[in-house]
Structure formats: C-alpha cells, structure tokens
Design a protein around this ligand. Structure first.
Ligand code: UTP
Length: 405
C-alpha cells in the first residue's frame, strides 16, 4: 500500500497516530510499519465502545459433583477415566500464550523457577504430574502447547534444554496463537516501537481455532482423540488428564467438564460457573454483578463455584464451535509503549488488550459438569509477584503438598 492509502485506512479508523514517527524512519522501518498496519484488524478496537461490559442474561447457580461424591465414587470414576486414557482418546492442551504481566517476570511464565534449594520450573512441575498419569495409563498422551509469537522461541528452547522434562519429545506439539492490537483508554492503538504496532496475544479463547489452524488437527484425527483437557500454565498444582475427572464427566454423560473450587470470598478473583438463560456459562469476576457476587444461602455463596482453568472438552462439540465467533473482552493491562518518542515500561495498567476467553466456549458446548476439587490440593495460581495468588502463596501450597522446593 502507498503512504496515501495507509493514511486513508488509518483515518477511517481514527488511528493516524500510528504514523507519528514516520518522518524519522528509514525505508526499511517504514516497510515494517506498513506491513504491521496492513495486518492489523482495526475492527477489534471497536469493542472498546461497550468497555467489555457484557449484557448478561438470566443467571442461575449450578450444582456440582461435590468433593464428597467424588470421594465416594473415586475408584469407579478413576477406572472409567483410565480406560478412556488407555484407549488413547485424550489429549492435553497447555495454555501458555499469556504474557503474565501481573507477575512482572520477563520470560514465559512456565519457565519461572518455584524452587528455593533446587531449580523447579512451573513447566517441570506440571510435567511431573503428567508423567505420573501417563505411567498409570501406560500411554503417553499428546500434549499440545499453545504459545504466542512473543514467547514461542523461548518456550521451545526451554523444553529442549530440559529434555522435555522426561516426556517423549514427539508427544509434545507446539503451536502459536494469534495477536490483537493494544490501545490506550482513548482507543488509540499504541506503538511498541516507533515503527511497530503494539500487539499482544489475543486471549486464550482462540486455543482451538489456532490449534486447528496450525495443522495439528491431523494428530487429533489420526489418533481419534475424543477429549481435550485444557489447562493453564499458572497453576502449579494443576492435575492434568486427571482420570477421576475424565471418568466423572463421561459417567455423567456430559460433553464438557470444568474443575471448580468453592470461592473463599465474594470478592475472590475467579470466574464463576453458572447458567445464563439456562445454558452453562462462566461469568468472569469483573463482569459479575455485585448482588450476585455476594448472594448467600445457608451461609454459603450462591454463585460459589469458581473455575480454575482446567476443562475437559469433547472434540465433536469443539468442532461445532469453530464456526462461531467468540466475543472480545477488554482487559486493562500495563502495556509497554512509545510515548513522546521514548519507550515507557508501564508498571500500572494504561490501556486495553482485547481477548477472547476460553470460558465463552462453555456456552457453545451446551452441557458442562461442575467438578469440585480440593482447593489446597489442586489450586495454587501464580498470578501476582506478591500478595494473593502469588509466588509466595503457591510455594506455601507446594510445601503443604509435600513438594521439596
Ligand atoms: P491470564 O488470564 O492469567 O493472562 O491467563 P496472562 O496473560 O497469563 O497474565 P496477566 O493477566 O497478563 O497477568 C490464564 C491462562 O491463559 C493463558 C495463560 O498463559 C494462562 O495459562 N493465556 C492467556 C494464553 O494462552 N493466551 C492469552 O492470550 C492469554
């Protein structure tokens, strides 16, 4: 495109600030800037109008397979789940494309060292769990690892340097998620360099479409995989391809399962599994109306089941979601960008990222089993550098679970 065409395009979308430093750029830098602009989906920024505030339908709480029921029926659930795993019908998907801005650690979050006396990366911890399940099932199920352009090379290198944590390297498949533009509160897209449009991973909701787009769908087809267990990188007590969870979901005739914990307080920052207009859904903590957040019955929160980003999806149902468009959510983040000609590191939130969320896929699947797990054994999120859900709280829980740090 010529300068005039680029200018017109930007003018149409109110984004001419992206040419602010054009006069200072070399020919090559100009080429890179134009290429970024041509690739940018400006329509995404239009989502700023609703400020991410979702108009919610009629919300109702859901029942769950409780910890007590799971304890009682554990052997049966486990047997069924192990059967499904032995038949090779399950794959795992690690969501590792996030930027972990709250943690403020520069590398991919999975490479963060939780150890105190030895090195113990988050990836390594999660693979210890995977290997124990694989040993029980007598099978190395495939692990699909979603990264982003921002962290892919570093992630792959870390896996290689660590010998894939003792898991067969041909059972680990990497793929890269897409990016979306990042803007200030005024809706103006930032520059990350004088000639680069600021982009960030487009949220974890694109995990399945990006997986299929990467060509890895052929592994799923060839191996007749019927279930995918997706999980976040930032829970160091994550149980992956948990046979008991798989068995319970199958036995309850559900095509989707979500691990949940009882919320510790109305204000806890987790999404809540409930129904919206009769369909299962997850309402994020920042979108849940206050009156629902704190509603209580018999001393318990009515909307009390928080999700921990560990879901089991039927592949058939996932394929049905591929045509549907997931909504974009606005996430306020600290975004490094160029301001008055210099790069600012931004420690505090200064603008929006646009993200699609995996939780929006729940609604598309129609039925979702809430599966209650013991928080102390399965939920140790590493979100922040200090305070709640931090490295310190996660370390404490690891120690409680007998892990030597
Ligand atoms: P978070 O919602 O905590 O986002 O991710 P984040 O980007 O990692 O961290 P903050 O909010 O900037 O501090 C939950 C899970 O979803 C993955 C993350 O890697 C994590 O496993 N994720 C998030 C992606 O894979 N892609 C994304 O674009 C965003």
């Amino acid at each position: 495109m010529t300068y005039e065409e680029i200018y017109k395009l930007l003018e149409k979308h109110g984004q001419t600030q992206l040419l602010k430093y054009y006069g200072e750029l070399t020919e090559e830098e100009k080429r890179v800037l134009f290429s970024d602009i041509e690739k940018t989906d400006f329509s995404i920024v239009g989502n700023i109008k609703n400020k991410g505030v979702k108009k919610l339908g009629r919300l109702a709480p859901v029942g769950a397979v409780t910890k007590e029921e799971i304890k009682r029926r554990k052997r049966l659930f486990e047997e069924v789940g192990l059967g499904v795993l032995r038949e090779g019908k399950v794959g795992a998907v690690l969501l590792a494309g996030g930027q972990g801005t709250r943690l403020g650690y520069s590398g991919p979050k999975g490479t963060f060292d939780m150890g105190l006396t030895r090195s113990l990366s988050i990836f390594g911890l999660q693979f210890e769990n995977i290997k124990s399940v694989a040993a029980k099932a007598g099978r190395h199920f495939p692990i699909f690892v979603m990264t982003s352009t921002v962290n892919n090379d570093e992630t792959v290198k870390f896996f290689e340097e660590n010998n894939f944590f003792g898991y067969p390297d041909d059972r680990v498949f990497f793929y890269i998620q897409d990016l979306s533009p990042v803007c200030g509160y005024d809706g103006k897209i930032f520059l990350s360099e004088k000639n680069r449009v600021a982009l960030a991973p487009n949220g974890n909701g694109g995990w399945y479409s990006s997986l299929i787009g990467s060509g890895l769908g052929k592994v799923i087809d060839e191996e007749n995989i019927e279930w995918l267990n997706i999980y976040s990188v930032d829970n160091v007590l994550q149980k992956i391809c948990d046979p008991v969870f798989i068995g319970a979901t199958v036995m309850k005739n559900c095509r989707c399962g979500a691990k949940v914990v009882k919320k510790v307080s109305a204000e806890e920052k987790v999404g809540v599994l409930c129904t919206e207009d009769g369909k299962p859904t997850v309402v994020e903590y920042y979108e849940m109306p206050d009156e629902f957040k704190s509603m209580e019955k018999d001393g318990e929160l009515v909307f009390g089941y928080g999700v921990i980003l560990n879901y089991l999806f039927g592949v058939r149902e996932l394929n049905n979601t591929l045509g549907g468009k997931l909504p974009y959510h606005l996430a306020e983040k600290a975004v490094p960008h160029i301001e008055n000609g210099v790069k600012v590191a931004a420690k505090e939130p200064c603008g929006y990222k646009f993200e699609t969320l995996v939780v929006d896929m729940i609604k598309l699947t129609g039925s979702c089993l809430a599966y209650e797990v013991e928080r102390e054994k399965e939920f140790a999120p590493v979100k922040n550098a200090t305070g709640a859900d931090s490295v310190d709280t996660a370390r404490e829980l690891l120690i409680k679970n007998g892990v030597t740090l």
